[in-house]
Ligand binder design. Structure first.
Ligand code: SF4
Length: 126
């Protein structure tokens, strides 16, 4: 019986020790960022798309992925390297609506910089 009592006591000590080790490990993991997330969802997202308001000609809000992909496929850039080849002197350019600085393109949806360029540029016929 004494031996059994000792075993129970020994068992309780080990359980207590294990509990302290587990709690300490959890604290270390949490401090290192490896523990379970304690994020309550109230913080700001880490990464967001660039603010569209900064440049209205970069605002692709509401465009389908296929429209966005077309811009990439045509290698559209907001400012071309050759000043003689710009969207605003391209046959496919759509002039900006009144009050807007961004035009459009007949090849894809969304705003286009007047000084932009893509690999489908074609000289505007006069
Ligand atoms: Fe600009 Fe290319 Fe469209 Fe011409 S075809 S307006 S260069 S995006």
């Amino acid at each position: 019986m004494a031996n059994e009592s000792f075993s129970r006591k020994d068992f309780l000590k080990k359980v207590s020790l294990f509990g302290m080790v587990a709690a300490g490990s959890s604290a270390v993991l949490t401090a290192c960022g490896g523990g379970a997330s304690t994020d309550t969802g109230t913080s700001e997202p880490a990464a967001q798309e660039p603010a569209a308001a900064a440049d209205p000609c970069e605002d692709l809000t509401g465009l389908a992925d296929s429209d966005k992909q077309m811009r990439t496929t045509l290698a559209y850039v907001k400012e071309g390297e050759d000043p003689a080849k710009r969207c605003d002197n391209c046959q496919l350019y759509v002039a900006p609506a009144e009050g807007s600085s961004c035009g459009g393109c007949t090849l894809f949806k969304g705003p286009v910089h007047p000084q932009g360029y893509c690999n489908s540029w074609v000289a505007k016929m006069s």
